[in-house]
Design a protein around this ligand. Structure first.
Ligand code: DAK
Length: 259
């Protein structure tokens, strides 16, 4: 898989794929081509049975400083409508496998929204999260008002979005936006460690559980529990459930195959 603005390693580690955003001169600003490449890579990795977890990262200085302001500065509403970035972002959101963002430096605007679209975030001590769109006369457009509010609560989300101020990794951890913090030289290793732990589990159960958790954002508790129940029953149709439960009874480690 060769692209211009991302680097993809489908077999970075056993069952773990790594995608690096790679526009360092523009702090990984998310132009349309980069987002299209990311959508295509994620689809391909989602279809690859060898891959169980995907880690998405940038570089030490920036995960991504937002959508490409230079590319959209002169657009009008109809241009934006025709470009229809939502289809690409929606496709990315549909990734079935767990997606872990490994964030260092800036995760701003669309960059913060992309990190929040991932299932978990591991940050370096230098990470800075923000939705600074207000400072360029707009507002978050890829889910920031919803996801930041659900993750951190109304007061902090309101303050961040209306002032455009950034928060550091420590505050992001305190308020539930991210999972872990590691030193700058170790944050990617830490994300891979988390991915490795998840990759040891049943890929089917992982996928079904992720799907149910993601649904919880759209459904009320009763419908959500019903959805969870169907996925739970479905897992008894596969071999991984037999393998997992038999391994427990036989006092050995399970060897999940994802079938
Ligand atoms: N777009 C384009 N170029 C960017 C950029 C961006 N977002 N951020 C940085 N760059 C470029 C700079 O222009 C500069 O390029 P040159 O001048 O060297 O050619 C280079 O990266 C280095 O940046 P700086 O010189 O500014 O570096 P500093 O360390 O001084 O400052 C900074 C770093 C991150 C504080 C600063 O660059 C900055 O404020 N950047 C803009 C942050 C921002 O406002 N982000 C939000 C953008 S709006 C949607 C999907 C997504 C979105 C909306 C809708 N749909 C699905 C509909 C998202 C919108 C946004 O993200």
């Amino acid at each position: 898989m060769t692209f211009e603005f991302i680097i993809v390693e489908p077999e970075y580690k056993k069952h773990i794929a790594l995608i690096r955003l790679n526009r360092p001169d523009a702090l990984n600003a998310l132009n349309l081509q980069l987002m299209g490449e990311l959508r295509d890579a994620l689809k391909e990795l989602d279809d690859n049975d060898e891959v169980r977890v995907i880690v998405l990262t940038g570089n030490e200085k920036a995960f991504a400083a937002g959508a490409d302001i230079k590319q959209m500065a002169d657009k009008n509403a109809i241009d934006m409508l025709k470009i229809d970035q939502f289809t690409t972002w929606d496709q990315i959101k549909k990734t079935k496998k767990p997606l872990i963002a490994a964030v260092s430096g800036f995760a701003l605007g669309g960059g913060c929204e992309l990190a929040m679209t991932c299932d978990m975030i591991v940050a370096s001590e230098s990470a800075k999260f923000g939705q600074p769109e207000i400072k360029i006369g707009v507002m978050p457009g890829a889910g920031g008002t919803q996801r930041l509010t659900k993750a951190m609560g109304k007061a902090l989300a309101m303050e961040m979005i209306l002032t455009g101020n950034f928060i550091d990794a420590e505050k992001a951890l305190q308020h539930g936006l991210i999972n872990r913090i590691a030193p700058v030289e170790l944050y990617l290793d830490e994300a891979i460690k988390l991915a490795t732990e998840i990759a040891l589990q049943s890929p089917l159960a992982t996928q079904m559980a992720k799907e149910a958790i993601v649904k919880s954002f759209d459904l009320g508790i009763s419908e959500g529990v019903l959805f969870e129940r169907k996925n739970y029953y479905l897992l008894f149709a596969g071999q991984d459930q037999k393998e997992g439960m038999n391994a427990f009874i036989e006092k050995r480690k399970p060897d999940f195959k994802g079938n």
